[in-house]
Design a binder for this molecule. Structure first.
Ligand code: SAH
Ligand code: SF4
Length: 451
């Protein structure tokens, strides 16, 4: 069978947007270590809002409070919130003075207290395949501390384009094959910093009314430069639940950014207690980083499995609100040579997922300096994929994208823990030399930005 016969199409539909909020996000509580047990990293930094916070990322209720602070009488607030929402999320304005339907006095009162700021873009890289990566700077919590940085990746195709968004600086967890997991520093992003990533992408892509598209890279031909969103950047979104929820609800809001929840995919390593809440309160498409078919191996690859083993995780998937054949759950499976890539593993995977409306997304492992795994051989990925395809599943292999700019899965790691120039070169060389799987079709979500 030809490779493309079973390297399928369609992975996640995604879409969403973002918001910027000024509230500190809840940090996971410190835990008492138990020998051999799974322990989350405790955030080292808390968010400290700037003296003039951004209105981007506030919920409508929070925006009404902000207006009250600026002296807007209660009877006018609802109407004013609607006006601001339109200026911020439909028009994308970055300056209160552009809000011509808002009285001058109020514009001045708002500008004295707030901004419309998004994360600051420190660098933009455009890959030879059209993928774009932005390095974004966020304020640090402590005076004198270096600012934090996260990456956001834009992956265009001919008819759609996916934005891969981060939810944390670093990650609370430490999956053994993931570069982000090695990062020491963790800070939860605010809702504003999450929505802000979509705002930045739309700013840079000239994607607001009257905007001008860049002349380089690739942008799909339709009206929207960003059609889908994946929460697959740095961090574990379900460890930053409130901010991710507020941000994704803003992204879905029909009077603003208006991305359908079917075009937004949230990927989790398996924070079981939060999965039902994600379904009920956010309602987006779900992706699960499964990666292993037995608890012994998954404990090693995805250590949160020690806390929430496979059976519990799959139960949560069976109960995920809205899961159906039309809205399948995506199971991500990273292909690690000699570790999880045997045909017995493929068959065990099918058995595990029986009865769950599922798609299986095979991800070629992206190596990084110091990683202890190798990517499976292409022939093995094909054989694995074929077993899955023959059982009636779509089994897209995620095309690595943006490898020349280190934008592919598992390669995102912000400069907060700076790579030496030599490490960066080594990483780039590794990424470029592993060229076996650039053939998946354009429906596969590719190059997502796991850390
Ligand atoms: N923390 C969430 C979302 C971000 S990770 C999660 O783990 O699901 C997004 C995807 O990239 C996950 O499936 C993750 O397992 C995968 N990934 C991480 N490092 C990778 C690497 N080096 N090569 C390939 N995929 C990787
Ligand atoms: Fe965190 Fe996801 Fe990386 Fe695991 S794979 S360390 S959960 S970003």
């Amino acid at each position: 069978m030809a490779r493309t016969d079973y390297i399928s199409r369609a992975m996640t539909s995604i879409s969403a947007s973002i918001s910027a909020s000024v509230r500190p996000s809840a940090a996971p509580a410190p835990r008492v270590p138990v020998p051999g047990a799974f322990v989350e990293k405790v955030p080292l930094e808390q968010y400290v809002p700037p003296s003039r916070p951004s209105l981007v990322g506030l919920t409508r209720a929070e925006l009404a409070e902000a207006l009250a602070e600026a002296g807007v009488p209660e009877r006018q607030r609802r109407m004013r919130v609607g006006q601001l929402w339109n200026w911020i999320y439909v028009r994308g304005v970055r300056d209160f003075d552009a809000m011509t339907s808002v009285a001058k006095d109020l514009r001045a009162a708002l500008a004295a207290r707030y901004t419309l700021a998004r994360p600051e873009v420190v660098a933009e890289q455009v890959s030879s395949d059209g993928t774009r990566k932005w390095l974004l700077r966020l304020p640090s919590g402590t005076a004198g501390e270096k600012p934090h940085e996260v990456e956001c990746v834009y992956i265009p195709d001919t008819v759609r384009a996916t934005l891969c968004i981060s939810s944390q600086v670093g990650c609370t967890l430490n999956c053994s094959f993931c570069h982000t997991g090695t990062q020491r520093l963790v800070r939860n992003l605010t809702a504003g910093e999450i929505v802000g990533q979509l705002m930045v992408a739309r700013d840079r892509l000239g994607d607001w009314p009257g905007g001008t598209r860049p002349t380089d890279g690739v942008i799909p031909s339709g009206d929207r430069a960003v059609t889908n969103i994946v929460m697959m950047g740095m961090g574990e979104p379900l460890y930053n639940f409130d901010a991710v929820r507020d941000a994704l609800l803003i992204v879905q809001d029909g009077d603003g950014l208006g991305l359908s929840r079917r075009r937004i995919t949230l990927s989790t390593s398996g924070v079981v207690p939060m999965i039902a809440r994600a379904g009920a309160e956010i309602g987006v498409m779900l992706a699960i980083s499964l990666h292993a078919v037995n608890d012994t191996l998954r404990n090693e690859l995805v250590p949160i499995n020690r806390k929430y083993p496979i059976a519990e995780l799959l139960d949560a998937c069976r109960n995920y609100p809205g899961a159906s054949n039309a809205r399948r759950i995506t199971f991500e499976y990273v292909m690690l040579k000699g570790v999880n890539d045997s045909l017995d593993d493929a068959r065990a995977l099918l058995k595990l997922l029986k009865g769950i409306p599922a798609k299986i997304n095979l991800i070629p492992f992206n190596p990084w300096p110091g990683s202890r795994y190798e990517c499976s051989d292409w022939e093995q990925i094909e054989k694995f994929s074929e077993v899955i395809f023959n059982a009636g599943y779509a089994s897209p292999v995620r095309t690595p994208r943006g490898r020349d700019i280190l934008a592919a899965c598992g390669q995102l790691k912000s400069e907060t823990e700076k790579l030496s120039a030599r490490e960066r070169l080594a990483l780039r060389a590794m990424a470029m030399s592993d060229d076996g799987s650039d053939t998946a079709d354009d429906d596969a979500v590719s190059g997502t930005a796991a850390r």
